[in-house]
Design a protein around this ligand. Sequence first.
Ligand code: APR
Length: 234
Amino acid sequence: MVRVLVITGAGVSAESGIPTFRGKDGYWRNLDPIKLATSEAFARDPELVWQWYSERRQRIRNAQPNAGHEAIARLAQRADEFLLVTQNVDDLHERAGLAKAEMVQIHGDIFLTKCSRCGFEQEQEHEQEQNGVPRCIKCDALMRPGVVWFGEPLPLREAQRVENYLQRDSCGLVIVVGTTATFGYIIDWALRASRRGGELIEINPEETPLSRFATRLVRKPAALALPRLVDELM
Ligand code: APR
């Protein structure tokens, strides 16, 4: 087996019942990201933002990892070296058996709650969510969901972990699943990882800006394509 990098987006959780952002019925089709996923929106109406994130947390709690998440966890066990970089803030990769050390949540974790002033972080209990906008036990400022909002930088420690993995060596296998590759760093990481002739496989029913760089295109849903691909690779 080889050194592997897997990059996932909302499409890998779509078959678990979690809406994507830009796909059909995606969140951003009906909701304005600027009104919900920016620090300005939070300053303007923290209740509205928390209501939306609480609904999303509940939907994720009610969801289960699918065969795509499980196939990625199997691949991790067989690879010489493995890293998953996910843009997803849900916990389905982890619930499918991936260890925290094998994955980077580059856009944060929806179940983490963070102080909007001092940065203090905590996992928030479900029942606490009912009581409106939580306050920081350290500085009493408003707590916000531990995710990366539009216009915000990537979390340094997480971005550094990706950088370290890419600098250590190239990958023989790169799989990019269920993302519109909207952000340049996603394409950059995929190309750098496969820089020495590694396979770059895109799994997505639709074309993306990454498609023209791929050595193989799989235009099928992730929960169908990933188990087959992992079986084939093994
Ligand atoms: N299997 C594989 N891919 C799928 C599936 C599926 N079952 N269903 C949809 N897709 C694909 C769509 O074709 C689309 O290309 O998943 C992609 C989802 O794209 P987006 O909704 O743009 O999600 P993502 O790329 O993860 O968004 C990136 O943008 O909104 C911000 O921070 C948010 O992390 C998110 C980031």
